[in-house]
Design a protein around this ligand. Structure first.
Ligand code: NAD
Length: 484
């Protein structure tokens, strides 16, 4: 049982106060390769004791050298970190592919995005400004943007590098210190990133990483009275618990939760241009993407034609182990495979418009066939629940109003796309559809780190990515000086 990678850090340790330490209670958790189901190592099982130590280290660090660095100096550290990530992109991609099971190319894109977050927030660190406010005669009034202090970051397993980049990157740029709790199913790149941050010159204690179970390390972090802000990405159920814990300590929380994102295809859409986006947005990372497009809403007049086109694309999908770098890898875990298989069973009464061919696959891997259902009513469980697997449903509509009603007819509101050549319709739909990001004639816009991202409804609140995230990681102080 060994990890077939040249790891330059020990995954059974936590990084606390700049030191690699074994968890206080000495626990470990098994590390599985989703592509084969084999146990390949052990990771640290941090608990409340380690969270206590990490919060203390972050508290001390926020009053130390870190507090005296200028914004430009903080930015330079992030830029150096971005450079170190860039130098290690291929290694990070291999680590992530092994840990998460995503095809190598997709893992590499995540590593490149992590470097971009470091560059973006490194460059932005000294560009966040307060305002002067015109006020009564004899006063000068201005605002200061100050860091919250110690920030907690709870990250899921589906895109560890991207989510750490956007959350920790913005928190560091604005002068906070961080305690990061990566997911128990995928924590290797969080540890790798923290080690690179140390090498980039981040002072000890500014970024601490405690891997462990959600119910242990995660719950201890969210309830900790020494935390001043929490950024959580994960499921709605856990998000509710995190928000309740934050409410008890009266601290702000950013929630990035799930989605049931629609792509809305009108009769005047360029179907050939739309096709790759329609399918890729459903199967990327084996459908385990918060912004996956799991609902394809299509105008009835082009429904059959589009279905044929999508079916042909599904038939061409290649599925296999992450390191084979095909189109679709395994799901993250046996648990997730059970959940997705349960949804496929719920679709037994539906028409399967397409299902990818599975071929010969390693026995123990967590594979499921990418599946496209058609003729789905918008209130069916498969059209309402976040499946978090490679499952898409096609729902026909007759006019714009009906498309809006179906698009907005779930609890979620994360992203949506509109496929149409009609400019006025694009604008109307962009206003009417409830989602934090709207894409017109594309889906995802390449995932740009510059673009504010976050949800409406049960998809969460607060915004990450772009400059907007830096407002969320700061608190505003108003200074009113009377000078006569
Ligand atoms: P999850 O909520 O089970 O776990 C997410 C993180 O929370 C993990 O690190 C986990 O250890 C931790 N956690 C679990 N229980 C906890 C508790 N009681 N207290 C504190 N922390 C706890 O979600 P998951 O299964 O890891 O991820 C899948 C979900 O995440 C999906 O619903 C998906 O949509 C969502 N997600 C959202 C985004 C986004 O940006 N909106 C991105 C990725 C994933």
């Amino acid at each position: 049982m060994s990890i077939d990678l040249p790891l330059w850090f020990d995954p059974a340790k936590c990084l606390i106060g700049g030191h690699w330490v074994a968890p206080a209670q000495g626990g470990t958790l098994p590390l599985y390769d989703p592509s084969t189901g084999a146990q390949i190592g052990e990771i640290a099982r941090g608990t409340g004791d380690d969270i206590d130590a990490a919060v203390s280290a972050a508290e001390a660090a926020r009053h130390g050298e870190w507090a005296r660095l200028s914004a430009a100096e903080r930015g330079r550290i992030l830029l150096r970190l971005g450079q170190l990530v860039t130098e290690r992109v291929d290694e990070l991609a291999r680590i992530e592919a092994l840990d998460v099971g995503k095809p190598l190319k997709q893992a590499r894109a995540d590593a490149v995005a992590l470097a971009r977050y470091c560059e973006f927030y490194g460059g932005a660190a000294d560009k966040l400004m307060g305002e002067t406010i015109p006020y009564l005669d004899g006063y000068t009034v201005y605002t200061l943007r100050e860091p919250h202090g110690v920030t907690g970051h709870i990250v899921p397993w589906n895109y560890p590098m991207q989510i750490i980049g956007r959350s920790v990157g913005a928190a560091l740029a604005t002068g906070n210190t961080c305690v990061l709790k990566p997911a128990e199913d995928a924590c290797l790149t969080a540890l790798a990133f923290a080690d690179l941050a140390k090498a980039a010159g981040l002072p000890d204690g500014v970024l601490n990483v405690v891997p462990g179970l959600g119910a242990e390390a995660g719950a201890a972090l969210t309830a900790h009275p020494g935390i001043h802000h929490i950024s959580f990405t994960g499921s709605v159920g856990t998000g509710v618990m995190v928000q309740e814990a934050a409410a008890k300590n009266v601290i702000p929380v950013t929630l990035e939760l799930g989605g049931k994102s629609p792509q809305i295809v009108f009769d005047d859409a360029d179907l050939d241009a739309a096709l790759p986006f329609l399918v890729n947005a459903g199967i990327q990372n084996c459908g385990q993407t918060c912004s996956a497009s799991s609902r394809i809403l299509v105008h009835r007049s082009v429904h059959d034609r589009l279905l044929d086109m999508m079916a042909a694309r599904y038939a061409a999908l290649r599925i296999g182990p992450a390191m084979d770098d095909l189109d679709v890898g395994p799901l993250i875990s046996a648990k997730q495979k059970g959940i997705v298989s349960g949804y496929l069973d719920q679709g037994a009464d539906l028409e399967i418009a397409a299902q990818a061919h599975m071929g010969a696959l390693p026995d123990g891997g967590y594979y499921v066939p990418p599946t496209l259902f058609s003729g789905v009513k918008s209130d069916h469980a498969l059209a309402q629940s976040e499946i978090f697997g490679p499952v898409q449903v096609v729902i026909p509509f007759d006019d714009e109003d009906q498309a809006v009603a179906i698009a907005n007819g779930t609890d979620y509101g994360l992203v949506a796309s509109i496929w149409s050549q009609n400019g006025a319709r694009q604008m109307r739909m962009a206003r009417k559809v409830r989602a934090g990001q709207i894409f017109i004639n594309n889906y995802g816009a390449g995932g740009g780190v510059e673009l504010p991202f976050g949800g409406m409804g049960k998809s969460g609140h607060g915004r990450e990515k772009g400059f907007e995230a830096m407002y969320g990681f700061t608190t505003l102080k108003t200074v009113a000086a009377f000078h006569g």
